[in-house]
Design a protein around this ligand. Structure first.
Ligand code: ADP
Ligand code: MG
Length: 586
């Protein structure tokens, strides 16, 4: 390699080619930049035409403001932009573009034909540029306002061209982008044509219709509307019911101030809000729109503008947690799990905890009999059941006579719509888990003082863990004092722990805690899950009718009754419809 020791300013063409390295990665990036320009030009009709996944031909036409010939020429100059003028504009960007480098970058690595006219002129100008060098300008009649054609992308950068994938894959990128574009802007007429075939021809429509037009696998009934606002921050959109959850994240769409954004923090926040409600390994479906003042978001973080920075990240998180959390709680039955084919291994070994012996809570074993008598009675309730105990849960009436335990493991409940099956162990886990979480901040769980405090000797590592979680252990009812070296004294334990079991309980909690931590659960969730897993009734344990009623009752007092802390389903709803279908009754 030869270098000269003289410093010189690089020629524009070279600078543009270097910038193209960042802005123009593949045909998709060209499409994205051109479409963003059309949106910024206030077009409400944009059509994209491609050949060979955009490798040989990309055309974007719009009916926006258009440009004069002078502006058209200027638009291909580096850092020529009509969108910002000063630093104040930069910190409050309202348009998609602002860097003024897309057009010159694209033109430096392809053959461009750009035509534009002001909206109310009938004639425009056509500019031809090859590898960044203008080869001609001439008048041209023009139906649309602006049409930009990009041919032979990377014809002069073989290294880049080599990195492109085959046409089908490049097309895939654009196709995926188009879907996001269409979802983020239902108010636009949008068209996509590939190799002469019209793939989408969308007329403007409301967001729900747009979702159906673009994602034909999504049934409108599976969408739940979300909305929230905190000050000038607002959230709207949809989350999907269980049936829309997928093992990957392709079904997550996030738009911030109209921009398509991939933001780890937000996607994690949504995921986290769903957590414990959705089976392990699945990701929730969502289409969320966040709008906030332009000055509180920095889009100038990356040349491709896919990531953003928030001034007030906490507020954005709260916006989502509240908004999504609320609808999740309100529509408990949305996580109606259907029949689950997967097997669920038992997490903890059988042991002897019993479902608690507290009194059944009268307030919910409702004294609603009068009210119930006056209501329409489901057919399956015989008159004699009126003497039975009745629970009103979600829109179902549950009568104690219609509850059975099967194989000392599952609770079957006949409800109007069919059968509800509950896994007793995971149901109890969910109950204890939520109690544990509450005990850390609000109600400490009841404890019993030991007549003879127990000394427990730990490894160095376990001592550190126990110190880390002592406060939470306290909430659960353990009182532990450091006793020099690696030992602790257990002075109190939660109610119900048998004399002699204290040490084992603490050790098991530490071990479980370590396991959950390995799975990257937070400290609080790990302690709560360790506790609930350890203390929950196991399968194999027989329950009296009263205990079952109480368990069901407690379960439905939970915030998220449908999934256990590890993401396993707690309830399976088997509808009569489903049964009829299986028995070919239709
Ligand atoms: P930026 O979008 O960052 O300003 P670009 O290089 O993408 O930079 O575009 C440069 C300028 O060209 C824009 O600021 C805009 O004034 C003009 N322009 C580009 N595309 C269009 C279009 N489709 N309609 C009208 N004006 C356009
Ligand atoms: Mg632009």
């Amino acid at each position: 390699m030869t270098t000269s020791d003289k410093i010189s300013i690089l020629p524009d063409i070279l600078i543009n080619k270097i910038a193209a390295g960042e802005v123009v990665e593949r045909p998709f990036s060209v499409v994205k930049e051109l479409v963003e320009n059309s949106i910024d030009a206030e077009a409400d009709e944009i059509s994209i035409t491609l050949r060979d996944g955009g490798k040989t031909y990309i055309e974007v036409a719009d009916n926006g403001k258009g440009m004069t010939e002078d502006d058209l020429l200027l638009s291909f100059e580096r850092h020529a932009t009509s969108k910002i003028q000063n630093y104040d504009d930069l910190i409050s960007i309202e348009t998609m573009g602002f860097r003024g480098e897309a057009l010159p970058s694209i033109a430096s690595v392809s053959i461009v034909e750009a035509a534009s006219r002001l909206k109310d002129n009938s004639e425009g100008s056509l500019l031809t540029i090859k590898g960044g060098v203008i080869s001609g300008v001439q008048p041209t009649p023009l139906r649309q306002s602006t049409v930009i054609k990009v041919k032979s992308l990377f014809f002069n950068v073989p290294a880049r061209r080599k990195f492109l994938k085959d046409a089908a894959k490049e097309y895939r990128y654009i196709y995926t982008y188009f879907k996001k574009l269409a979802l983020s802007h239902p108010e636009l007429n949008l068209k996509l044509v590939h190799n002469e075939k019209t793939i989408f021809d969308l007329r403007k429509e409301d967001i729900k219709d747009r979702i159906s037009s673009v994602l034909n696998e999504v049934n409108k009934d599976s969408l739940i509307e979300v909305s929230n606002s905190i000050g000038q921050y607002s959230l709207s959109g949809f989350i999907g019911k269980k049936e829309l959850a997928r093992k990957g994240k392709d079904n997550q769409f996030l738009f911030i101030n109209g921009r398509i954004v991939e933001d780890k923090i937000i996607s994690y926040t949504v995921f986290h809000t769903f957590r414990n409600m959705i089976e392990h390994g699945y990701y929730p479906f969502y289409i969320l729109f966040i709008d906030l003042p332009f000055s509180e978001i920095d889009v100038n973080v990356h040349p491709s503008k896919l990531t953003v920075k928030f001034t007030d990240e906490l507020r954005v998180k709260k916006l989502i947690q509240e908004g999504v959390g609320r609808v999740l709680r309100e529509s408990l039955s949305i996580y109606d799990l259907g029949i689950n084919e997967g097997s669920s291994e038992e997490i903890a070994p059988a042991e002897t905890a019993t479902y608690s012996n507290q009194k059944v809570n009268n307030q919910i074993v409702s004294e609603n009999i009068e009210k119930y008598k006056s209501e329409k009675k489901p057919d399956f309730l015989r008159p004699e059941t009126l003497g039975a105990r009745i629970l009103n849960i979600q829109n179902e009436v549950i009568v104690s006579e219609n509850i059975w335990q099967m194989h000392n493991k599952y609770i079957f409940i006949q409800v109007e719509s069919g059968i509800m099956i509950i896994d007793q162990h995971v149901a109890h886990e969910r109950i204890l888990y939520e109690k544990a979480i509450k005990s850390f901040s609000k109600e400490k769980l009841p404890s019993q003082a030991l007549l003879f405090p127990v000394n427990i000797e730990l490894s160095f590592e376990d001592r550190l863990i126990l110190k880390e979680i002592t406060d939470y252990m306290n909430g659960l009812g353990f009182v532990l004092k450091e006793f020099g070296g690696n030992s602790f004294i257990i002075e109190e334990t939660p109610l119900g722990i048998e004399v002699g079991d204290e040490k084992r309980e603490v050790l098991d909690l530490i071990d479980n805690f370590k396991l959950y931590r390995k799975k990257k659960m937070g400290v609080i969730e790990s302690v709560a899950a360790s506790y609930s897993c350890k203390r929950a009734i196991k399968s194999g344990h027989s329950l009296t009718p009263d205990e079952m009623i109480e368990l069901i009752n407690d379960l439905f007092q939970c915030e998220f009754p449908h999934v256990c802390p590890h993401g396993r389903p707690v309830i399976i709803d088997l509808s009569l419809k489903e049964l009829d279908k299986r028995f070919l009754r239709i």
